[in-house]
Every structure is written in C-alpha cells, then in structure tokens.
Design a protein around this ligand. Sequence first.
Ligand code: BG6
Length: 486
Amino acid sequence: MNINFPDGFLWGGAISASQAEGAYLQDGKGLDTQDLRYFDAAWTADERKEKSNRRMNEEKFNRALSDTDIEHYPFRWGIDFYNKWEEDLALFDELGMKVFRLSVNWARIYPNGDDVQPNQKGLDHYRRIFEECKKRGIKLFVTILHYNIPVNLVLKYGGWKSRTTVDCYVKYARTLFKEFGELVDYWLPFNEINAGKFNPYNGACLIEDQEDNLDGAIFQCLYHQFVANAMVVKLAKEMLKEPMIGCMIARFTTYPADCRPENVMQMILDDQYSNWFYTDVMVRGFYPEYMNRYFQQFGIQVDTMPGDMELLRENTANFVAFSYYMSLVSSVEQGLEKTSGNLIMGFKNPFLEASDWGWQIDPVGLRITLNQVYDRYHLPVFIAENGLGAYDQVSDDGMVHDPYRIEYMKEHVKQLKEAIGDGVDVVGYTPWGIIDLVSCGPMEMSKRYGVIYVDRDDRGEGTNARIKKDSFEWYRKCIASNGEEL
Ligand code: BG6
C-alpha cells in the first residue's frame, strides 16, 4: 500500500525553556524550580544515576536557594537559547521546520508567580521569537508549563498542593492568551502531566521529605493540575478564535511479558495507572472508574471544590499529544531483569536494543501507541516528543556523524507512516531536543538528542557554537520530501 503523509503535515522540533534558555536571572526572570537542581560533572557514572535523579529534599532545596554558583546548576545555563534564539531559528528554518514546539518560562512572565503585573521584558522576549517564527512561516506549538514553576509559589503556598497556585497559573495563561493568542497555533497547558506521579519534584514540585504522605500529596497536586488544565481550556475557548488546545502525557507503552493472563492483566493495570488515567481525565472529562480501586488500595483522598467535576467534564482537549521514546514490559513476576526508561523503570524486552541510558528502542511501539490513542479518543494526535539520547562526538573533520540517530528517526518515521496508513489522524511530529540541550532526568549535556550539536559540556564549558550533525541533512530531506525520502 502506498502511504503518503498528508499535505501540511507538521514536521518540527521541540525544546523546553528550562533546558534551553539559560540566562536564569536575566531581564527580571525569577528563580524557578528547575534552577535549583544540582549536578556535578565529576560524579562517576553510578553517582550520576543515583544523585542526579529526580528526588528533591529539603536540605538540597534550601542549599540551592541561596547558592549563586552557576556551574553546578545546568538549568541556569542551558544552551543560552535566550540570547541565541535568532541564530537557532535560522537553523530551524534551514531545516525546513513547519512547527516549533517550545515552552514559555512562567518565571519570566511572573517572576514570583503571584505578581500583580507581568514582566514586560519577558513578554517582549517571547513576542520577538513568535513574530520571527511567523515571518519565517513556522507554526507555533506552545507549552504553557514544562515543569518549572516560580520558586516563590513553592515557598509561599506549597506549589501545586495549593489552590492558589492554580489561580496564579490561570492568570499566567490568561496573559499568554491575551498577548500571543493571535500568534500561537497549538497550545499545551501542561507538558507530560503524568510526570508528577513518577517524578514528584519535576512534575508536581514536591519536596519529598516535607510530605508525611507523599502519594497523597502527589494525587492532590495532580488533581489541581487537572483543574488548572480545565480552567485554561475554558479560558482558551472564551478568549481565542477556534483554539487548538491539547493535552499531553509521557506515554509508557507496555507489553505483557508473555501470554499468561495474569501478565496481560498486569499490563492493562500498568497502562491504566501510568497512561490512560491522565488522558482519560483530560479528554473524557472525568476520573475513570478503574482508579477507584487504586485510590482505595493506597488510601488516597483528594480535596475537591464544588463545580470541579462540571469544569473537568465541560473543558476537554481537542487534540492529544504524547512523548514517545521507548516501551517496557509488564509482569506479575518481580524477578525479571529491569531496565530504565523515561521517568520509570520497567522490565526488559529481549527483542529490543536499548540506548546508552537503557531506554529500549521500539519504533513499532510508536505505531502501536498511535493506534491505541486514536482508537480510544478519535482526536487528532501530535507526537510532541521522540528521539534518541546519545553520546555524540565532534570528529576530526569538525563534523558530527550520528548514523545511530538517523537510524532511530528513520525507523520511527516509517512506523509513523504506517500508522497514518492505519487511519490515525497524526497532525505533527516534533522530535525532542531538536537542538542539543540539558537533559532533564540526568541533567547531563552529554545526553544529546539534537540534529544540531551544541559545543558545551557537562560543566557548561565550550564555545556554545552550533554544528549541523549528519542527521540534520537527513531530517531536512525527510521534511522537504514530506516523508518520502527516508
Ligand atoms: C521528556 C521531557 O519526558 O523527556 C523532556 O518532556 C526530557 O523535558 C525528555 O528532556 C527526555 O528525557 P531526558 O531525561 O533524557 O532529558
């Protein structure tokens, strides 16, 4: 069967503010939660795994608050996209990108989160980027919140545990809609809303040793994020003309270890608890019945307010986005060999190879995921992130040869094409870290995803120059031929 990508398919690339911008206090930006994550390039491989993890405790948090050091806080320096965005946009344009996914940094717009007036310099900055994208014919896919919130909201209100943070977030979103409603094509209220469950600091901004009941706090934060999400969808419908406003999760596709019925059931449960719960709330508009058992089992209760259920029901997403990097295996047996994945661990699949970070490479899993998501919701689907984190080297010829990345992208695009042939309405594909940036989990610069290399190491040292990798040319041709030339 001859399958074609639809005309106007949105080939693109994605980054997030905290991982790319740097300039962490420039032009009035406030301190945000990612600015407080400490990393030491001198850590051994094991220490990196253990220490640069996602856990935040009070001691680390407080130490970072008063620390003015930059080197050990990679999110404070990023790739200096804040100052180099013009050069980077020119490269994106040369690549032929049809859409650019980026996030706005909340603490640039409201430095403390609860300020009365927005920071004009922050607004001007994003306006310049957005207008330049429009001029170049690049559509905008904007994430309102990609993890980092103003630190003040955590100190003063307990972050997402508090309803006040919901109000501040809605005010922030209102400002973005008012300022940029005409310029932005696709809105995403939250990056990977399920992250809060698996990464309580990044996703839910929780300091773990402050919580007597961490699980309870996580689900309270998630509830507030769902409410905030619905409020922002409502606002978008009121303020914007035909808004495209979606939802997103980190999709953990999982297979049963074998055909033993118990393992199949385990796979269903893992899928519900890790994936479906989140999109079901944001697309179907209610807490699914299958979560009752989970909440009972772990004694979870959340505080709600009158009107919340109607709000959730009436304000749902009109497209579904997800990140897809790898797949895992589910089993009731605990003794199987484990491997890491994005945000969670799972069991190894003997049929798959893995990246240097243990993430199992599974292009067919992308086709499976697209079919699953589309079957369930029948809404347009956006692949908001996908890519291979790898160690790249600049060769003696000054180039970066990354055949492994070309292979990864090619195989995933082939499966994406198959899914289109299956009838899935895929709107766009924005590979992650289209330009190298600070990795989110391990905080290493050396875990690179881009088709554009950035000369900066784990210490933040280097010229910060950009170099087109071999994958740049591959992806450029892929886009130019609308997915024909792979
Ligand atoms: C996604 C996040 O979960 O995975 C990104 O949205 C992140 O922020 C990406 O960078 C890849 O993960 P990592 O840990 O390799 O950077």
